[in-house]
Design a protein around this ligand. Structure first.
Ligand SMILES: *[C@@H]1O[C@H](CO)[C@@H](O)[C@H](O)[C@H]1NC(C)=O
Ligand SMILES: *[C@@H]1O[C@H](CO)[C@@H](O)[C@H](O)[C@H]1NC(C)=O
Ligand SMILES: *[C@@H]1O[C@H](CO)[C@@H](O)[C@H](O)[C@H]1NC(C)=O
Ligand SMILES: *[C@@H]1O[C@H](CO)[C@@H](O)[C@H](O)[C@H]1NC(C)=O
Ligand SMILES: *[C@@H]1O[C@H](CO)[C@@H](O)[C@H](O)[C@H]1NC(C)=O
Length: 600
């Protein structure tokens, strides 16, 4: 960081150039000075470029009006924010900021940066539910783009052929993420035979994660290496053919039957850097990682010890339903002074996903009456561990998708929260997708946060009614119903399950339309009465996400005293026509006052 004196000098010379009268010079001196001046200005230029990165005091202003959406109730839009030593120290119009700058910063003048005309400035965006290292892994093979099983398999082949180290060693495990049989036109699960049909892939160990993260598709060799398998497994499904042999698909807790290769530090770093680059480019400053494997949390801690983490990570530590209770052995980590990493919440899986039919429902699936889905954890275990985690100071975040899973988890919360200050604990339902009206009301009454993913709604709206039937589907992604119950929400994408772009979530929340502006209910959106307002959606990505991670006093709005985490967008998402929202570009992402993507 530059010292205050240095900044004083730089800003003084930068903002108020003084003209010094020059004495007459000889030609020789003239040239010497000219050359020296050019050399010096090059040095000065470089200093300025560096200053751009470490600039610690500047007023950031919108061109042409108060286009800064602060998400602060008291000052909803302002013309400028004054940033000093990573904090916002003043807001208002430039003249008054300048007048007060001697008291707010101790400096006599400040540098000014203008965001381009038409752009807007908002608090840095958060994703409240995502999978950081899994996203990085998912970028290795573009499985989600495969629209048939053959095409998906061909991406695996291309990946092998494109990596000499993999191609040359048939024992190396091929890993990928993102296949989606629901997008293949035929409702059929893949099998090991689809992989074996390709001569390049045949004979190799292959482990492919489904797009929703709830199923693994593996090759014949991987099956053989992990055999024998139990006949059944609680909370999971081993897909079998008519003869009873595993077909190579393992759902929900059955995924644990497949041993995954240990990741090297290099693997982890490559995945992490890929995610960070894409997140910052999408305007994200803060990620709530939904389910650290113990080794990913350890990795993030190691990274944060080597150097400042490149963005903020709010981690949920995975509770393995077969494991032992650990809430009293680990101390919740609320974050170091830099507020880049914290791990004070636990993630528990109650059920599976709607897409793969693993969500636990009260009544059978409408398109498959033989099943109600499955709980991955029993009510008894939930009732025993949730109060203990809360007592030991952990925020408890439970993945619950089906109405039955949500009901059982709310029962456990209701019991655990008796006589407890809920705003000190802030339990969350991750997804909260299908909820009875009674449970929605209970959510509001108990003070439980609904962590929702609007892009799931526009992905699932095409098959949801077939799966749930015409009545129950009204309680799926009923965002307005949740808010009306008085519950707090927070928004996320679940990347890599969905796109990392938070504006896609914003668009989905306010339109309930596909990215092609269509829906099963026409151009006003799928169940349009459940749309969020733009302000609700903006809050859900900023101040509400801060509340859901106990950081509303330092993050989530452009308020005096808070950290200068800012996103600059190319156009006004709060007023532009809805079908233009997705044309918005991220011009800059700023964390602690430093530009980490784009430019000012
Ligand atoms: C708004 O201002 C009032 C009065 O100054 C204060 O009590 C309240 O906490 C402020 N709200 C926020 C969100 O800062
Ligand atoms: C809004 O911000 C200005 C500083 O720019 C401050 O003087 C004023 O009190 C704030 N308004 C409210 C209602 O807090
Ligand atoms: C800051 O400057 C204003 C005028 O620009 C002056 O009235 C005020 O006394 C100064 N405050 C300090 C603490 O120097
Ligand atoms: C091939 O890969 C396996 C598994 O990663 C490894 O154990 C083995 O040493 C590799 N063989 C060669 C020749 O590199
Ligand atoms: C409840 O917890 C919140 C957040 O920690 C705190 O601000 C509030 O004072 C607490 N309320 C009571 C009644 O203890």
């Amino acid at each position: 960081m530059a010292s205050r004196d240095k900044l004083k000098n730089d800003t003084a010379s930068g903002l108020s150039p003084t003209s010094v009268p020059l004495p007459p010079l000889s030609r020789r001196w003239y040239w010497k000075i000219l050359v020296a001046t050019i050399a010096l200005s090059f040095v000065a230029y470089q200093v300025t470029r560096q200053e751009d990165h470490v600039l610690t005091t500047y007023a950031l202003c919108s061109s042409g009006g108060a286009n800064i959406y602060t998400v602060d109730e008291n000052n909803t839009s302002v013309e400028c924010v004054l940033i000093h030593n990573s904090r916002i120290v003043d807001t208002g119009d430039l003249a008054s900021i300048r007048q007060r700058c001697n008291t707010t910063t101790g400096l006599t003048s400040v540098a000014v940066r203008y965001a381009p005309t038409g752009s807007i400035i908002i608090p840095g965006m958060s994703d409240s539910h995502c999978h950081i290292l899994e996203y990085g892994a998912s970028r290795q093979i573009p499985l989600s783009e495969g629209k048939t099983v053959e095409k998906t398999v061909s991406f695996v082949r291309d990946y092998i052929l494109g990596n000499a180290d993999l191609e040359g060693n048939k024992s190396r495990v091929i890993e990928g993420w993102g296949w989606d049989h629901a997008s293949w036109g035929v409702e059929k699960m893949p099998s090991w035979e689809d992989l074996e049909a390709d001569p390049i892939i045949a004979g190799r160990p292959v482990i492919l994660q489904s797009r929703d993260g709830h199923a693994l598709w593996v090759s014949q060799r991987t099956l053989a290496e992990n055999a024998p398998f139990p006949d059944t497994i609680e909370g999971g499904v081993i897909m079998r053919d008519k003869a009873g042999n595993p077909t190579g698909v393992f759902m929900d807790s059955a995924q644990d039957l497949i041993a995954q290769p240990a990741l090297t530090e290099e693997d982890l770093t490559r995945r992490f850097q890929r995610t960070v680059a894409d997140a910052l480019a999408a305007g994200l400053v803060s990620l709530h990682d939904a389910g650290f494997k113990p080794d990913s949390l350890a990795f993030f801690k190691r990274q944060s010890e080597i150097k400042l983490l490149p963005l903020r990570i709010y981690g949920m530590t995975y509770f393995d339903e077969y494991g032992h209770y650990w809430g009293d052995q680990i101390t919740p980590f609320a974050g170091a002074a830099d507020e880049r990493l914290s791990a004070r919440s636990v993630k528990i899986f109650a059920d599976g996903a709607l897409r793969t039919g693993g969500a636990a429902l009260y009544e059978p699936y409408s398109d498959n009456p033989s099943t109600n889905g499955a709980m991955r954890i029993s009510a008894e275990v939930l009732n025993s561990v949730i109060p203990r985690f809360l007592q030991d100071g952990w925020q408890v975040n439970v993945h619950a998708i089906g109405d039955r899973a949500n009901g059982i988890v709310l029962d456990a919360f209701e019991h655990a929260l008796q006589g407890v200050n809920v705003s000190a604990l802030r339990p969350r339902l991750e997804h909260a997708q299908i909820m009875t009206k009674e449970d929605m009301n209970r959510l509001g009454k108990l003070g439980v946060i609904a962590s929702i993913q609007p892009t799931h709604a526009i992905s699932d709206m095409w098959f949801a009614q077939a799966r749930l039937g015409p009545e129950r589907v009204e309680t799926l992604y009923a965002f307005r119903g949740i808010l009306d119950s008085g519950a707090r929400i927070t928004l996320g994408s679940d990347f890599p399950v969905e796109d990392i772009n938070p504006l896609k979530g914003f668009y989905a929340a306010v339109t309930r339309l596909s990215t092609e502006n269509t829906s099963p209910h026409g151009p006003n959106g799928w169940f349009p009465e459940q749309r969020l307002t733009r302000l609700e959606a903006l809050r859900g990505m900023t101040i509400d996400a801060a509340y859901a991670s106990f950081t509303e006093n330092t993050l989530g709005s452009l308020t005096i005293g808070k950290r200068a985490d800012i996103t600059i967008l190319s156009q006004d998402i709060m007023s532009v026509a809805a079908d233009k929202i997705l044309d918005t570009k991220v011009l800059a992402t700023i964390i602690d006052g430093c530009v980490v993507y784009g430019q000012l």
